[in-house]
Design a protein around this ligand. Sequence first.
Ligand code: ITT
Length: 211
Amino acid sequence: MKLLLATQNRGKIEEISRMLRHLNIELIKPEEEIEVEESGKSFMENAYLKALAYFKRYGIPTLADDSGLVVPSLEGYPGIYSSRFYSLDWGGKEEVQNSKDQANIKKLLRLLEGSKDRRAYFKAVICLMLSEEFYIFAEGVCHGEIAESPRGSAGFGYDPIFKPLGYEKTIAELPPEEKDDLSHRGKAIRKLSHFIEKCKHSIFYQRAHSN
Ligand code: ITT
């Protein structure tokens, strides 16, 4: 079975590949960037839009992840805008100096300066599309709080400022496998991996008959 990972985010590719390694399926990384207008109002809608765009281009089972960091004291921002939070007018734009991730982090810390309520959660919705008519979703959430300053170098995105519930360390200070155990993406992927395992042979069967 081939499974296309419908994302341009290298951090996601690394994590999802690691978590599906045991299934022994061929994971395909997109060769070209497909422009997807993430016009949905929820993680679920955007995960669907990404899966559909890549499925239409490649025609093989496709897995898309839409995810982000939700901060209740900031009206839920960055939320579905997490990857381009730095560029939003909401909260004031942040200039990109080194990387977009760093600009996002800088903006979030600025907006939370002096704030006592630093609760936050990561959410991931994953869409597995087997055909344009047959697709399923799984979601995962990871609760925690925003640290006062960035620490650690593992992971990507907001990991250096996110402390999972019960941890003093940020996710970027944890080994990758520990992130997988507790992360939003890990939880969502584990819900789906049983399904992928069960259907991987029926997909071979369908493909053999369609050729
Ligand atoms: P694709 O759309 O190509 O998958 P993207 O990075 O734009 O890549 P999203 O629109 O889903 O993906 O935005 C997700 C953003 O949320 C991501 O860029 C990070 O800023 C943040 N994020 C999601 N999961 C994260 C994680 O595990 N650790 C840190 N930040 C995360």
